[in-house]
Design a protein around this ligand. Structure first.
Ligand code: IMP
Length: 186
C-alpha cells in the first residue's frame, strides 16, 4: 500500500511522536515552518483548521494536519481548555496545582481535534477525548505537558507513569487519530 505522506503543522515533537505511533501507515514529518498564526479561535476545531490552512500555504502538494488540544478541569469551570497552551507560562503544571489548591472537584478531560486538508482543499476531521482527574503531586517522566498530574479513569498511575506506549493506544490524540483515519479512508 502506498504510504500517505503528511506534514503535521506543529512545532511540538511530543505530538509528532504520538501521531506517528497512532498512524503507523502514514509518513508524518513536522511542517518545519516559522510564523504560525496565533491560536485565537474559540474552539479546538478553529485552531486546528487555522494551523492546517497555514501548513497548506507551505506544502500545497501534501496532506497537511492541523492539531489543537487542551485540558478541561471541571473544578475550574473547564479552564484552561482551548487556552491550555498559553496557561501558566513556563510552569503550567505549577499554576494548575496552585489554582486547584482548595478545589475538590478535580475531574478533568483531555481533548484533541485533528483536521486534515488535502491538496484539493478537502477537509477531514477526527476528535478524541480522555477522561480522568488531576492529582496533587507530579509523578512520572514520560509524555509532556500536564501528563505528570493527570490520572486517566480506571488507572492508578499518571499518564507520565503509564508511559508513551500506553499513550500510543489510549490518549485523546490516539483516539482522534483513529477517528481521522476512518474519515480519510472513506
Ligand atoms: P496546543 O494544542 O499546541 O494549543 O497546546 C495544547 C496544550 O494542552 C499543551 O501545551 C499542553 O499544555 C496541553 N496538552 C495537550 N495535549 C496534551 C497531552 O497529551 N499531554 C499533556 N498536555 C497536553
Amino acid at each position: 500500500m502506498e504510504r500517505l505522506v503528511a506534514r503535521l503543522c506543529s512545532t511540538n515533537p511530543g505530538k509528532l511522536r504520538e501521531l506517528r505511533a497512532a498512524l503507523p501507515e502514514w509518513e508524518i514529518e513536522l511542517l518545519g515552518a516559522d510564523g504560525y498564526p496565533p491560536e485565537t479561535g474559540e474552539t479546538y476545531y478553529e485552531n486546528a483548521r487555522t494551523k492546517a490552512e497555514f501548513g497548506r500555504t507551505h506544502e500545497p502538494e501534501l496532506l497537511v494536519i492541523g492539531e489543537d488540544s487542551g485540558l478541561e478541569v471541571a473544578g475550574l469551570g473547564g479552564r484552561p481548555g482551548v487556552h491550555s497552551a498559553r496557561f501558566g507560562g513556563d510552569d503550567p503544571v505549577g499554576r494548575l496545582l496552585a489554582e486547584l489548591h482548595d478545589v475538590t472537584d478535580r475531574r478533568a478531560r483531555y481533548i484533541c481535534e485533528l483536521v486534515t486538508l488535502d491538496p484539493d482543499g478537502v477537509e477531514h476531521r477526527g476528535t478524541g477525548t480522555l477522561e480522568g482527574q488531576i492529582v496533587d503531586e507530579p509523578r512520572g517522566s514520560e509524555g509532556f505537558g500536564y501528563d505528570p498530574i493527570f490520572v486517566p479513569e480506571g488507572e492508578d498511575g499518571t499518564v507520565a507513569e503509564l508511559g508513551n506506549e500506553w499513550k500510543r493506544r489510549n490518549s485523546h490524540r490516539a483516539r482522534a487519530a483513529a477517528a481521522l483515519r476512518a474519515a480519510v479512508d472513506l
